[in-house]
Design a protein around this ligand. Structure first.
Ligand SMILES: [Zn+2]
Length: 163
């Protein structure tokens, strides 16, 4: 993630100082402080009526071409569970319902910095998939036939979901 060099309000070069217990960039001219907060992401652990798990093969970075759980960034003003179901709908055209919260996680990702990841268990009754351009392929798999998911956070969510 690229850091700011200039104030986005008055274009003065930013300086560094300890502010609220951390070293932060700030504007010596207008006092704007570059607070950096985690980006919220919703992830859908999605099962069909046969209790098969939905995995997708990602067509974008990070984790390009890796098998993963569907998900994405929340939009402003969106409830986390709504964002979870929206991302599922966008990537797979599946209409899910939230069963429960699995967990809330923090990860640092090179591309985006700090992420706050909210994982839900989602149920679908109609499991006919139509993928969008963020995904190479997607399918529901029983555990013994599932492609290997290698993204550490997604492995953890899968383990936490079946606990
Ligand atoms: Zn400024």
């Amino acid at each position: 993630m690229r850091a700011y060099s200039y104030c986005p309000h008055c274009t003065t070069a930013l300086a560094k100082d300890m502010i609220d217990g951390r070293e932060r960039l700030f504007c010596p001219s207008c006092s704007w402080v570059n607070y950096v907060n985690p980006l919220p992401v919703a992830v859908a652990y999605t099962v069909n009526k046969k209790n098969e798990l939905l995995v997708i093969r990602r067509a974008h970075e990070p984790a390009f071409n890796e098998w993963a759980l569907p998900g994405g960034f929340l939009e402003v003003g969106e409830e986390p569970h709504e964002g979870c179901l929206r991302e599922l709908m966008e990537e797979t055209a599946l209409n899910g319902t939230i069963e429960r919260l699995i967990g809330v996680y923090h990860r640092d990702v090179e591309l985006y910095g700090s992420l706050l990841v909210i994982a839900y268990k989602v149920m679908v009754t109609d499991d006919a998939i139509t993928i969008n351009n963020e995904v190479f392929e997607a399918g529901f798999y029983p555990q013994h036939l599932m492609p290997e998911v290698r993204i550490p956070l997604h492995v953890q969510i899968i383990n936490d979901a079946v606990r």
